[in-house]
Design a protein around this ligand. Sequence first.
Ligand SMILES: [Zn+2]
Length: 243
Amino acid sequence: MTVITSSLLEEGRFLHGFGTRLTTRNDLPSPIHILLQVHGGRIVCLGEQMMQIQDPRSRIQDINPNLVTREVPEEPFRFDEGDSLMTSLPGISLGIRTADCLPVLLADPASNTVAAVHCGWRSLAQGLAENTVEAMASLTGSTPSGFLAALGPAINVCCYEVGLEVIRQFQENNIGPAPYAMRGGRYFLNLRAVAGSQLVKAGLLQEHIDDLNQCTACQPELFNSHRARRDEGRMVSFIRARD
Ligand SMILES: [Zn+2]
């Protein structure tokens, strides 16, 4: 098993996968547009028609100031910088690279739009999961209750120790709850619960969120973990609109 899939996204007939440390480039679809994270709230949309699905007059910056559009890349394998990647183009896969941060794959079956979201704590503290759903809804005119989401392998609450300042950052940004566990006076952040609550707040139904609940730090044979083992490798997760 070199790529992990979500039964929910499979039922929706979206080509997708969460890479592992065993994944090679041959396991990835081509062409693929891969995002290099910038630890913020930057949402990159591929394809000009994304702006025109709902209302050609609407300006994209009015929806979210951190949202940028890109032309369709000509190179088959290309990198870009941001935290979320979205498209309704069927011809290209979206990819994100993680090694502890939470990869979230989103799909709107109604408009055939997909997104790959790189959820580190800094991005989530800026509301990235919620903002990506809102941007997708605004751009497509779809209702988020029809959206599907899958949460891939990430460092779990069993292993993700953070400083109190991380918990406080969520409170200061007034971004909603930052669920954590306390053990021996130490704080352990629950990235899955943070992302899940943002998705629900943005309008997704709980039964449309498939949490694969695998911990990258606990399974060295399968996953890279930057925090647990200082792994340099990154795992690629991808999703593609239906052909
Ligand atoms: Zn763990």
